[in-house]
Design a protein around this ligand. Structure first.
Ligand SMILES: O=C[C@H](O)COP(=O)(O)O
Length: 248
């Protein structure tokens, strides 16, 4: 065993309303959930406080994004301090939808990661290659570059979880095979060992995201370097409980 605690995040993305959230949370609160797993759900920011108020204390909450300063003239954005104020413990930074729909680059993502950590949040930092990058043999180059940008700004990795989410697997039903995911996770750990430190390489949780379901989670969870999941679509459904409990 790696000694790294299994971590499962549910990224609800831009989905849900109060009625739907109440049903999801009732399902989670009433389920038998593994004590040996860190569980985080990430509702839209406007529902963070509402969700936190309903959730069992064993489940933490995350924002889906935040900016790199505490306050100011940044219309439409949120600071880590604001997320903390409404009950968030974590924030997702650098999700591929932020990178590819909203044009966020490696530098901004690294700055936001560093500021969220300094502000007291844990960060689920997302990386991952596009289909054309995988097909042209550039997977490692891309994920190493994305990780390098984060590593340049982060000195304390204790509250970081790295989420490897191949863009071609997100919301497509095309999950990476356990071998494909394990290979990238192992390469990332090797990169961390060579470029950050052996202790960070050994202790940092690297989780997988991309069409994880109740049906494929157990096999993925058996790979030695897959320390959990970041789940989109299936985190809105009852099967999320199976994914939380995937390590058995
Ligand atoms: O943050 C979660 C990922 O984008 C995965 O989404 P998905 O499980 O719907 O493929």
């Amino acid at each position: 065993m790696s000694g790294r605690k299994f971590f499962v995040g549910g990224n609800w993305k831009m989905n849900g309303n109060k009625d739907e959230i109440k049903k999801i949370v009732d399902g989670l609160n009433g389920a038998a959930l593994n004590d040996n797993t860190d569980i985080v759900v990430s509702p839209p920011a406007c529902y963070l406080e509402y969700t936190k108020g309903l959730l069992s204390p064993k489940i933490s909450t995350a924002g889906q994004n935040c900016y790199k300063v505490a306050k100011g003239a940044f219309t439409g954005d949120l600071s880590p301090q604001m997320l903390i104020d409404v009950g968030a413990d974590w924030v997702i930074i650098g999700h591929s939808e932020r990178r590819n729909v909203f044009g966020e680059g490696d530098e901004l993502i690294a700055e936001k990661t560093a500021f969220a950590l300094e502000s007291g949040l844990g960060v689920i930092a997302c990386i991952g290659e596009k289909l054309e990058e995988r097909e042209s043999g550039k997977t490692e180059e891309v994920v190493f570059q994305q990780t390098k940008a984060i590593a340049a700004k982060v000195s304390n990795w204790d509250k970081v979880v790295l989420a490897y989410e191949p863009v071609w697997a997100i919301g497509t039903g095309k999950t990476a095979t356990p071998q494909q995911a394990q290979d990238v996770h192992a390469q990332l750990r090797k990169w961390l060992k060579e470029n950050v430190s052996e202790s960070v390489a050994n202790s940092l949780r690297i989780i997988y995201g991309g069409s994880v379901t109740g049906g494929n989670c157990k096999e993925l969870a058996q790979s030695g370097d897959i320390d959990g999941f970041l789940v989109g679509g299936a985190s809105l459904k009852p099967e999320f409980v199976e994914i939380i409990n995937a390590r058995g």
